[in-house]
Every structure is written in C-alpha cells, then in structure tokens.
Design a binder for this molecule. Structure first.
Ligand code: FE
Length: 193
C-alpha cells in the first residue's frame, strides 16, 4: 500500500522538475494547481500509512519523514497530533501543502500589522481529505493545531525543500521579533528511501 505514496512522490518529483528550485508566484500557482489535486487523491485513501509513521507521542506533535528528495527539492512529512497539540506561530520560507488524512486541523494565518505579528482573519478548519496552502507569496506564517479535543489527527505535509533542515522562524503574537528554528524530524527513518 506504500505504493500509493510512491506514486504520489513520483508525481511531485515530475512537477517540481518543471520549475526552478525557487518558483516565482506564477510558477507556484501552477505547481499548486497540479499538486493539490494529487495530494487530495492521496488523502482519499486511508490504507497506506504504516504504524511506524503514524506513531503518536503525548508529549508533542510528531514529524515523521515519509520522503526526502536527495537533492532537497521537496519533502513529504506525516504530522501526528494529540489532543491539545499546536505549533507556535511559524513560517516555512518555501511553498507548502497541509493535507489532513485523519481527524481535523485548525489553521490560523498571521501577518505583520504596525510592525507586530498578529492573527489575520478567522481561523479555519481543515477536515480529512482537504488541503491548506502556504507560501512566501501567498502568506507563509501560520499556527496549526489539532482541532479535535479527544482524538489524534494525522496530516500529510509537502514542502518545496527538505523542510526538517530549513532555517525558519517562530513569531510571538504582539511582538516584532522573530526567533530562528530548525524543525528536524522524528527518529524514524524516511518511509521511502
Ligand atoms: Fe506550518
């Protein structure tokens, strides 16, 4: 069943190869235009993610690597969220797709207002089968949390870089300063080599 993920990774590789490593805003939209439906199709299947990469830790949300492109052009990651788990406000610096496989996520976009980081608009729910997008040109700063108070949520994220190695930023609402961070991955090896 991991074949489903492999087919998806092949699709992403083929699309990413059509564009420069850092696509411009127009190229980014074209990329999302083909990759979002491909991710939605993968999310419709709920039989391919093995236990090893769906492992839950009550202490914090997990980021299990599914695939890391050897050239660092993209990566696919399984996020496993327990009740109450949430990210800090953070950016990605590259395009990203957040797709929910099981459960539901709450996403809230943030932006600079009068020099300070503030929530923009209302938070929105992303249900199983749905995909949320982030990118430097569309809005790259958000906070994500498990929307379910008593269940595990699993989401499949795709990024335009080997995201666990990327130097990124955490923001504090109401403040201007940002703090650098590198997320890394959980201890499990990538599902696909
Ligand atoms: Fe994010």
């Amino acid at each position: 069943m991991v074949q489903r993920l492999k087919a998806f990774v092949d699709q992403v590789r083929a699309q990413v190869s059509l564009y420069p490593r850092v696509p411009d805003a127009t190229q980014e939209q074209a990329l999302f235009g083909s990759l979002k439906p491909a991710l939605e199709a993968l999310l419709k299947q709920n039989d391919w993610l093995p236990e090893s990469h769906a492992k839950f830790d009550p202490a914090r949300y997990q980021q299990h690597p599914l695939y890391r492109d050897p050239e660092g052009r993209f990566s696919v990651v399984s996020f496993v969220w327990g009740p109450g788990h949430a990210t800090p406000v953070h950016d990605h610096t590259v395009w990203g797709m957040v797709g929910v496989l099981r459960g539901a996520e709450l996403c809230h976009h943030f932006g600079l207002r009068n020099g300070q980081w503030e929530a923009q608009g209302d938070s929105h729910l992303v249900h199983a089968g749905e995909v949320d997008l982030v990118s430097p040109s569309m809005g790259d700063v958000h906070r994500v949390s498990n929307a379910l108070p008593d269940q595990i949520t699993i989401s499949i994220h795709v990024y335009g870089a080997d995201i666990g190695l990327v130097k990124r930023h955490v923001m504090t609402p109401g403040q201007a300063e940002v703090r650098e961070f590198i997320s890394g991955y959980s201890d499990v090896p990538p599902l696909l080599g």
